[in-house]
Design a protein around this ligand. Structure first.
Ligand SMILES: *Cc1c(COP(=O)(O)O)cnc(C)c1O
Length: 415
């Protein structure tokens, strides 16, 4: 148990502080609180004291975040060669890096095998297809190998984030023992891995339990493994009235469902580490009264925060400039020429006016990471907060500069 809170809600952020950051750095602006990232790591380690906790870095790969997570003692789970490179840049060593190859392009395998050969002989490669094993063999890789299992059960807040029963991910459950048996001749087979999807909540625990139970059974069947990794997907409450995940209950259910195994149990949460450590600040450009709603146009859109457009995700929203005004139902939209460019619909919000500053909660996970330059919109800046000793105050530093309009043509200018 730790005494840091299970969740930081949008209302818990210091509105004055956010307001002054927006003044200094402009909007749209991502703010990531590294102290909160550290607290989330600590809660995970406390809930899984004798298990292995790995951070699924795709939730937020910013260098400051990776350095913080590494210092907090979590290993790194990477989905691409680019993420592996970022992990090394942040100071990770091979023995703390697991590369989970998802339909890997040849150059990803080349990069990872080179890194393994030259500097990081202890890195682990997780394969999701027998074919990938052959491709590693062709490259002379005979290091630490883990097999991703398709457990046949999925879980998640949206069908687009359920991976456990999707044929794209992992080797079919029944074929795993045979593949492992053959791989043992040429590789150091260290583990099996599965990930059900994203958004394990109280309701979804049954699916999680079933996945873990199957992984335990498989581990006992194949024998001789160093670890059994049962994935991430630990949910965070995006709605203000949703209770936080009972992490200890998830940990207990996981340990119980895996049963007796002669290997270390591993989990790999992504979102849980960073979601509530981030907010997105955006300013109101236009307010338009339409017959059915009030449309509030802001300077952040689906290119700044994709989750609402891609997954219909809910993110808490606050009007930092007019918290005492009467609330009216509003639709908040971005500046992108797409009807999907909506951050929320018919949400009560203190009547927004042009120039108001809005804050969007739980933006630390899959926020900056999914930004794009569609509509030739430069990407936002990012500021990191970190306490410098005194617990009441923290320093703010720019960790990612705002992309400039001129940056947009760089790749064309340079050919
Ligand atoms: C995305 C992913 C995770 C993390 O999912 P979260 O919902 O962010 O916890 C873990 N493992 C794998 C293999 C993933 O692809």
């Amino acid at each position: 148990m730790t005494d840091n809170p299970d969740i930081r809600r949008l209302a818990d952020w210091d509105a004055e502080r956010l307001d002054s950051l927006a003044d200094v750095h402009g909007t749209p602006l991502y703010v990531i609180d590294l102290d909160r990232v550290r607290e989330n790591c600590e809660r995970l380690k406390a809930a899984f004291p004798s298990e292995d906790v790995r951070y699924a870095v795709k939730a937020h790969t910013g260098r400051a975040v990776l350095e913080t997570v590494r210092e907090a003692g979590l290993a790194a789970e990477c989905a691409s060669a680019g993420e592996v490179m970022r992990a090394f840049d942040a100071g990770y060593e091979g023995d703390e890096v697991q590369y989970t190859a998802v339909n890997p392009p040849a150059e990803d395998l080349d990069y990872v095998v080179d890194a393994w050969r030259e500097d990081h002989p202890d890195l682990t490669v997780t394969v999701g297809a027998a074919d990938t094993v052959d491709r590693l063999r062709e490259r002379g890789f005979d290091g630490r190998l883990c097999v991703r299992v398709n457990p046949g059960v999925g879980a998640g807040h949206h069908e687009k984030v359920q991976t456990g029963a999707n044929a794209k991910f992992g080797v079919p459950y029944d074929r795993v023992p045979d593949l492992l048996e053959r791989a043992r001749d040429d590789f150091d087979v260290v583990g099996i891995h599965a990930h059900a999807g994203s958004g394990i909540s109280g309701d979804d625990l049954e699916n999680h339990r079933e996945l873990v139970r199957r992984m335990g059974e498989l581990a006992r069947q194949v024998g001789e493994l160093e670890f059994v990794d049962v994935g991430g997907g630990f949910g965070v409450p995006y709605h203000e009235d949703e209770p936080p995940l009972d992490l200890d209950a998830v940990a207990e259910a996981t340990r119980e469902a895996i049963g007796e195994i002669d290997a270390t149990l591993a989990v790999e949460p992504g979102r849980y580490v960073v979601a509530d450590a981030g907010v997105l600040l955006t300013r109101v450009n236009t307010v338009k009264e339409a017959p059915e709603t009030t449309v509030v146009g802001v300077d952040a859109g689906m290119t700044t925060l994709l989750r609402p457009a891609m997954y219909d995700s809910y993110h808490a929203l606050a009007n930092l400039s007019g918290s005492d005004r009467v609330a009216i139902p509003v639709t908040v939209t971005g500046p992108i020429c797409e009807s999907a460019d909506v951050l929320c619909e018919d949400r009560p919000l203190p009547r927004p006016e042009r120039g108001d500053l809005l804050a969007i909660g739980n933006a630390g996970a899959y926020g900056y990471e999914m930004t794009s330059t569609y509509n030739s919109r430069p990407r936002p800046a990012e500021v990191a907060l970190e306490s410098s000793g005194s617990p009441e105050s923290s320093d703010a530093r720019l960790v990612r500069r705002r992309e400039q309009r001129r940056d947009l043509t760089k790749l064309e200018d340079e050919v």
